[in-house]
Write a protein that binds this ligand. Structure first.
Ligand code: RFL
Ligand code: PHB
Length: 389
């Protein structure tokens, strides 16, 4: 088999890139390790920047997004029960959209066949070949048979645990990492949201987040220790803890119900440089991870994909190499600023094991300052809606 671009991974990054290339008439095949059903079930991101919604509009895949996406014009911070509203649209003239990653994935997967985007599901033992040479290829096993795709370009969109990044020689790769000593316990429930905006709450007992997927479906998270086990978090314990951390005003509006999904995710900041080696280009979580505070992971995947699609089209269609040569630096400039914002908001809102009374006072002072300063709120708003491309 032959193609122009072999894409590893059918997460948002791989799917958006595949559609962008197909729209320009470029051949692309996606090779995905898991089943379609599993990819479609993953519950993750919920808040989309304009970078992401504009990309879906350009792809002509925003039909459901326009109907079902919820525009959000602000966000709410809570410090030990005290509410701070950050009017994002007043500061930036822009808004974010609440629309689940599950829905984006569904839209992109369902549109693939009509647009000639092939996705090979359940491809195991994916291996990259000759990324530095003239005959790059990807090999894998499907249904017990070993197959090989020859290609010009390999796009590594296989997430943090994928194989693509590892194909870049150790001597070339520079990795920067901060693992946080806690995770997020997430719960999805078919109950109306408790607050019109997404709520980020700092509390003595730890961080809590209130978000939504629709007017009848809510998404909540609690900061938990890394040793915590899901089976110790029965629904009633979750709701009680959530209400305590959100504070009395917001807790009064929390409607509880049975959870339909519950999971724990660790928090990490991570960047691997460079994002290109030979004919291999990385995009999305394959190259970088942010802690979910600030809702930036999927949005960074779409800014990478926006840059990479443009670069690959001018290389493949017009033989111009400036775009592919500049891709890594261009993408990383935006990534580092977004890493900073996610790290900043994580440090500001969470309890750290062993933190001193001084550090807690610093968090309180900063949240007080944000409550009173337009300039501080503008910084948060500008980052929350997404930095310019
Ligand atoms: P993904 O989604 O991990 O997709 C990678 C795909 O590659 C496949 N794969 C392989 N395929 C072939 N061969 C291999 N060897 C492979 N290894 C892996 C995987 O099966 C998978 O299908 O990466 P991608 O496409 O870069 O997308 C990144 C986003 O999914 C991620 O950044 C966001 O979900 C992060 N995130 C959020 N981002 C936001 O922008 N807004 C949010 O509100 C938000 N909330 C979140 C989040 C992530 C969370 N968790 C669980 C980490 C909330 C949470 C709790
Ligand atoms: C979500 O809706 O899942 C969500 C919202 C905001 C975040 C992270 C996740 O910062």
């Amino acid at each position: 088999m032959k193609t122009q671009v072999a894409i590893i991974g059918a997460g948002p990054a791989g799917l958006m890139l595949g559609h962008g290339l197909r729209q320009a008439g470029i051949d692309a095949i996606i090779i995905e390790r898991t089943s379609q059903a599993r990819v479609r079930q993953r519950i993750r991101a919920g808040v989309l920047e304009r970078t992401t919604t504009d990309l879906l509009t350009r792809l002509g895949l925003d039909h459901r997004l326009k109907l079902e996406g919820l525009p959000h014009h602000g966000l709410t911070l809570v410090n030990d029960g005290r509410i701070i509203d950050v009017p994002v649209t007043r500061h930036t003239g822009r808004h974010v959209t609440v629309y689940g990653q599950t829905e984006i994935t569904r839209d992109l997967i369902e549109a693939a066949p009509a647009r000639g985007l092939d996705i090979i599901w359940e491809a195991t033992d994916v291996a990259l070949h000759d990324i530095e040479g003239d005959t790059p290829a990807v090999s894998f096993t499907v249904a017990g048979e070993r197959r090989r795709i020859e290609t010009c370009i390999i796009a590594g969109c296989d997430g943090f645990h994928g194989v693509s990044r590892q194909a870049i020689p150790r001597a070339v790769r520079r990795e920067y990492e901060r693992a946080y000593p806690f995770g997020w316990l997430g719960v999805l429930a078919d109950v109306p949201p408790c607050h019109p905006e997404v709520v980020y709450a700092s509390h003595e007992r730890g961080f809590a987040l209130a978000s939504m997927r629709s007017q009848t479906r809510s998404r909540y998270y609690l900061q938990v220790g890394l040793e915590e086990k899901l089976e110790d978090w029965r629904d009633d314990r979750f709701w009680t803890e959530l209400k305590t951390r959100l504070g009395p005003d917001i807790a009064a509006k929390v409607i509880t119900g049975p959870s339909i999904e519950k999971s724990i995710a660790p928090l990490r900041s991570f960047v691997s440089e460079p994002m290109r080696h030979g004919n291999l280009f990385l995009a999305g979580d394959a190259a970088h991870i942010v802690p979910p505070t600030g809702a930036k992971g999927l949005n960074l995947a779409s800014s990478d994909v926006t840059y990479l699609t443009e670069a690959l089209i001018s290389w493949i269609d017009h033989g111009q190499s400036e775009g592919i040569d500049g891709y890594s630096d261009r993408a990383l400039a935006r990534i580092w600023k977004t890493e900073r914002f996610s790290w900043y908001l994580t440090k500001l809102m969470h309890r750290f094991p062993g933190e001193s009374a001084f550090e807690r006072r610093m968090q309180n002072a900063e949240l007080d300052y944000i409550a009173q300063s337009d300039a501080a709120q503008a910084m948060i708003a500008e980052n929350y809606v997404g930095l310019p491309l």
